[in-house]
Design a protein around this ligand. Structure first.
Ligand code: GLA
Length: 456
């Protein structure tokens, strides 16, 4: 292992704070001053500074999530750096793949589990439909070496992360990994994961470089109470890692996760490729319902390379049959990142078919990148719509009730006029033509999604 930080071209920005005595290794109290200077597009300068003190001594592990103390309002971020277009170019359509968390969580995570998921993703035709990023979530870390470099748990990942990345690449896949901006990962809090000192605070450049050397293509950077534990603020903390990733010279998609608390859609475009809009999605109806509802009004913040992320798929993890369809259809309506979080080797074929439905994926991945928004909420049915690049239009009828209902939207309220062919893109059946309205059956908690193509 190299004992010094790799050299790189000088850049016009403040270096991350170096703590006396080399990489910081769990000091009791350390005064922390981090200043980031960002050049804005017009050549003027925007600057922000984060000051404070943090005491990263581990807290006793909580058994259950504690209520979050109130926190000061978030300072608006500076204008995104001029390299926003570079950042956006890394994910011009919503990223798709598999993430270990919803299936293996913390204690079951292993190299074997990740490889087997990746193999199934390829062998079962999911990779060729776009599911390419294989993301190793929390609990892969076993500490840092004498140089401060992150090390993977040698029991869980006996071949090491570089070998895992090489394997994924050899299968035509991409490699994703998990880290946190503060001192503790979420599993340190909620899963009693005992390994300490694995947060990136003070190690941002070294961690980014390590990930690049391992062949990482995607970083999930997860907040995990860094405000409370480390007195950090979201925009500069995430922007710093964005800079460090960029400085490695390797193209690494940046996925940030702070659960929507600082309204990241207002500051993260140009810094992150995707940002979580809410807390973790659980495989049950109230959670699914709330996560979709939380997206209403957020469409205007998304664009190619900068996506709202309502969290990963819980499809096939215990949702009802219609709810599984709703998650897939609505995530595609929302131009959401699609990360499978289940046992892909044992997945029933009907779920593989749903996940690989080419007509749904084409909507999710539409190159215009216009996220669908809610047009109407009748209380028992919601109508969502989005324009697509080829001049067609996708409309989703989401039944939030416990009854079978017929749902209708006029072309007028969709902003359309003329004659359109209608296709049910979930059932993959043609529904004829219309010049005035779309009217379709819907099932409890299900979604009927129709694509409208202008008839010449
Ligand atoms: C948070 C995130 C999850 C997962 C865990 C890992 O809860 O929201 O997606 O990454 O942390 O500990």
């Amino acid at each position: 292992m190299p004992s010094t930080r790799p050299s790189r071209a000088p850049r016009h920005r403040a270096e991350p704070v170096q703590h006396a005595g080399g990489p910081r290794r769990r000091p009791r109290v350390v005064a922390f001053v981090l200043a980031g200077l960002f050049l804005v597009a017009g050549g003027t300068a925007g600057a922000f500074a984060l000051t404070g003190a943090f005491a990263p001594e581990p807290e006793p592990l909580a058994q259950t999530p504690a209520p979050k103390p109130t926190r000061p309002p978030i300072t608006p971020a500076p204008t995104p750096t001029p390299t926003g277009p570079y950042r956006e170019s890394l994910a011009l359509t919503p990223p798709m793949g598999w993430n270990s968390w919803n299936y293996l969580r913390c204690n079951d995570l292993s190299e074997e589990g990740v490889r087997s998921a990746a193999d199934a993703i390829v062998d079962r035709g999911l990779a060729k439909m776009g599911y390419r990023y294989i993301v190793v979530d929390d609990c892969w870390q076993s500490g840092r070496d004498a140089d401060g470099r992150l090390i993977a748990d040698p029991e869980r990942f006996p071949s090491g992360m570089k070998a895992l990345g090489d394997y994924l690449h050899s299968r035509g896949l991409k490699f994703g990994i998990y880290a946190v901006p503060g001192t503790m990962t979420c599993a340190n809090y909620w899963d009693r994961y005992p390994v300490r000192g694995i947060g990136s605070l003070g190690f941002e450049a070294l961690d980014a470089q390590t990930f690049a050397e391992w062949g990482v293509d995607y970083l999930k950077y997860d907040w995990c109470r860094a405000d409370i534990n480390d007195k950090m603020t979201e925009p500069p903390a995430f922007a710093l890692m964005e800079e460090e990733l960029r400085a490695t010279g390797r193209d690494i998609v940046l996925s940030i996760s702070e659960y929507g608390e600082s309204k990241p859609w207002t500051w993260a475009p140009g810094i992150a490729n995707l940002w979580r809009t809410s807390h973790d999605l659980h495989p049950n109806w109230p959670s699914l319902r709330d996560h979709i509802n939380a997206e209403a009004g957020l469409a205007k913040y998304a664009r190619p390379g900068a996506w709202n992320d309502p969290d990963m798929l819980q499809l096939a993890n215990g949702l009802g049959p219609n709810e599984n369809v709703t998650q897939m259809a609505m995530w595609c309506m929302l131009a959401a990142p699609l990360f499978i979080g289940t046992d892909t080797a044992k997945l029933e074929q009907k779920y593989v078919d749903l996940l690989t439905n080419p007509e749904l994926i084409a909507i999710d991945q539409d190159r215009l990148g216009i996220q669908g928004d809610r047009l109407r909420d009748d209380g028992d049915v919601q109508v969502w719509g989005r324009r697509l690049a080829d001049g067609s239009y996708a409309v989703a009828f989401w039944n939030t009730s416990y009854s079978n209902l017929t749902a209708t939207a006029t072309l007028d309220e969709l902003g359309l006029s003329g004659t359109f062919s209608m296709r049910d893109v979930v059932a993959r059946t043609d529904l004829g033509e219309t010049s005035d309205a779309v009217s379709v059956p819907t099932v409890p908690h299900g979604t009927t999604m129709v694509r409208l193509d202008p008839v010449r």
